[in-house]
Design a protein around this ligand. Structure first.
Ligand code: MSK
Length: 660
């Protein structure tokens, strides 16, 4: 397949050509060579016990496994296990951060400090911790302990559920899906999907929603908050994005994965004067720290460290021949990079006992000695600089795109009213007046079975053209950044008139980089704030908002999509459906969930149809809220607030028109 069909990113295309010339196989080639198993791909393969794996082919009401498990049950169990795994991943990330916060509070991790005391106090408030008379470290200790308790508590519900609108909390209670504790929901999901427990597809999917909520309103939200407390709450920062952010005359050190703690220390170590001198002694001009995947997003939104891109760039980065070391932590790290690194001088360094790799050097990260370990890694990369081979160096020769990142929900609130009068009023008013048609969270991975970034870029462009404000995270944000969409100038030239006016008035680009995958929780916080601001109903469900993951591949994406749907935001995924085998599952997610949680979960591979459905969902929500009908270029001048009676009378409809 031609490189242009594998990626729309010119830098990636250039390096794919280098790979082809050198006969190096990448994930793009393997995706072509290895066709997915059509039965497993659609969710119809059951391997929960050793009587199988059973392949459930044939008619939906006839197909069954050796034990008698039906196709809907098998498909639901497979889906629910993906949710549990995704929830476990995000939440284990948060657990490590909570332990770091505790160590910092107790003075045991001297290289870190609490950077955002204001946020610490705000979080303490959410957790019901009285901060009066307490030192910063005393508050931090209480917050960390309360967070750690959230994983294993045996009674009650997650404390952060209280941050959702009251109406949403009632829906969760009524359905019995309010999560009790993070670990408990993951464990229960694994239990009820093992052989011979939950035999009812709808009930399994309710369990999946409960587990996913333990991610969105539990692990992910905690992960975001602790990172902000420890490393600073993001605010707009300039940076660059491309595979060409590597510098030929510098030691290039890449951080890849998801966790921000060690990466923070590497930021400090890479700027260390002694190490800079050491790099010079080896013939380099200095150390060039570069991010990849979501660790990139963490240090990009806080320090403006340039990004080499998302998930699919990891092999291509090594193929530039300029990477002295690639430091990896957890999640989305391709096992292939270990073998690939042997063809180059690159050292792959694993940093956690949870994630080791053949052919990698292991330097275990420990927050108690964070900076020393970071300096050790930087030194190792510098020592490797003289091993770089001239004949291996293949720059992509594509100028890195400028970008602005770092739109935390706090900053978005601040932009709309200042430090003490921050609110979401201007945004709500713009939606009510029809200047902004709706809001889309464009998120999720890249997947080598889809032309890289093609769907992310198409949807970002078309949505802003249609006056839809776009908020982005994860690899989707990398896609827009690399394409040069994350500058106010570029995007404003392409946005619809109404959106452009709002962005100019508030001073924001129409595509906002919100951070990493766990930072999808920022979107939940924004959605709650919009609902609570008034004028757009009193719940997240029913807002003119949609979530899209057009090129997804990870179990984490499935967990994220499910918690958004369970929170009331309709979700559309591209890249094939893992429940396609069962019409019953499709019906549950596309229709029955509207009755339960006022949102559906759709799988649609055609980007044009995704756009069409997104706009239809947004316009249906506007209609049900009884706010001005969206007409391009024509806006209301006055805000029409719904009174209480109108709000109560407002019912929500599925995109198919039925009232629920
Ligand atoms: S890194 S989960 S490929 S977004 Fe968060 Fe990207 Fe998906 Fe990994």
């Amino acid at each position: 397949m031609r490189e242009e069909l594998k990626s729309v990113d010119p830098a990636a295309q250039s390096l794919l050509k280098v790979a082809a010339q050198k006969k190096i196989e990448t994930s793009f080639d393997r995706a072509e060579r290895l066709k997915p198993c059509p039965i497993g791909h659609q969710g119809a393969c059951c391997k929960m016990c050793h009587m199988g794996p059973c392949r459930l082919v044939g008619k939906e009401d006839e197909a069954m496994g050796v034990c008698g498990a039906s196709l809907p049950v098998v498909t639901a169990r497979n889906f629910a296990r993906m949710v549990a795994a995704g929830t476990a991943a995000h939440s284990d990330h948060a657990r490590d951060l909570a332990n770091t916060l505790l160590a910092v509070a107790r003075g045991e991790a001297k290289d870190f400090q609490i950077k955002d005391v204001r946020k610490l106090n705000r979080v303490a408030g959410y957790l019901g911790i009285n901060v009066e008379g307490k030192s910063v470290n005393e508050t931090a200790e209480k917050v960390a302990l309360k967070f750690l308790e959230q994983f294993g508590q045996q009674r009650g519900e997650l404390a952060y559920l209280g941050r959702a609108p009251k109406k949403r909390q009632e829906i969760w209670k009524k359905l019995g899906i309010a999560p009790r504790a993070i670990d408990r929901e993951v464990v229960e999901m694994m239990h009820r999907t093992t052989m011979g427990v939950d035999q009812e597809a709808n009930n399994i999917m309710l369990g999946a929603m409960r587990a996913s909520l333990a991610d969105g309103w539990g692990g992910s939200m905690m992960g975001t908050d602790i990172s902000d407390i420890l490393f600073g709450t993001p605010k707009p920062v300039k940076s660059k994005a491309s595979l060409d952010v590597f510098k030929e005359d510098h030691v290039n050190l890449v951080v890849h994965g998801h966790e921000p703690s060690f990466a923070e220390m590497l930021v400090v170590a890479s700027e260390d004067k002694e190490l800079e001198a050491y790099a010079k002694s080896k013939g380099a001009k200095g150390v060039n720290l570069v991010g990849m995947c979501c660790t990139a997003n963490e240090i990009l939104v806080r320090h403006g460290i340039p990004t080499a891109g998302g998930f699919l760039q990891q092999e291509l980065g090594i193929i530039t021949g300029m990477v002295e070391a690639m430091v990896v932590d957890v999640q989305c790290i391709m096992p292939a990079i270990g073998e690939l690194s042997k063809k180059y001088h690159t050292k792959v360094i694993t940093t956690t006992n949870k994630g080791k790799m053949k052919d990698a050097i292991h330097i275990e990260y420990d927050e108690h000695h964070g900076l020393d370990l970071a300096k050790k890694v930087v030194r190792l990369a510098i020592d490797n600089f003289p091993n770089r081979k001239k004949e291996d160096v293949s720059p992509a020769n594509v100028k890195p795109a400028d970008m602005i990142a770092g739109f935390s929900h706090e900053y978005i609130e601040y932009m709309q009213g200042g430090l003490y009068r921050g609110s979401f009023r201007p945004l709500n008013d713009a939606i009510i007046a029809g200047r902004i048609r709706g809001v889309v969270g464009l998120a999720g991975c890249n997947n080598p079975r889809i032309c890289q970034d093609s769907m992310h870029n198409f949807l970002a462009r078309e949505l802003i053209k249609n006056d839809v404000l776009v908020v982005q995270t994860g690899c989707s944000a990398h896609a827009s950044a690399k394409a040069g969409y994350m500058t106010p100038e570029m995007a404003l030239e392409n946005a619809g008139k109404g959106l452009r006016e709002v962005c100019e008035a508030i001073g924001i680009p129409p595509i906002l980089h919100l951070g990493s995958c766990v930072d999808n929780s920022r979107i939940l916080t924004i959605a709650s704030a919009i609902a609570e601001e008034g004028g757009l109903g009193d719940d997240i469900g029913g807002l003119p908002a949609v979530g899209i993951a057009p090129e997804w591949m990870s179990e984490k994406a499935i967990a994220i999509g499910t918690y958004f749907a369970a929170s009331g935001v309709p979700i559309i995924f591209g890249a094939g459906s893992p429940v396609a085998a069962s019409k019953t599952l499709k019906d549950i997610m596309e229709n029955k969930w509207w009755d339960m949680v006022t949102a559906g979960f759709y799988f649609e591979e055609d980007p044009g149809k995704i756009l069409e459905l997104t706009l239809k969902l947004i316009d249906t929500a506007r209609e049900k809220l009884k706010i001005r009908k969206y007409e391009p270029g024509r806006f209301g001048t006055e805000r029409v607030l719904m009174d209480m009676a109108a709000r109560r009378a407002a019912s929500f409809a599925t995109p198919h028109g039925e009232n629920v």
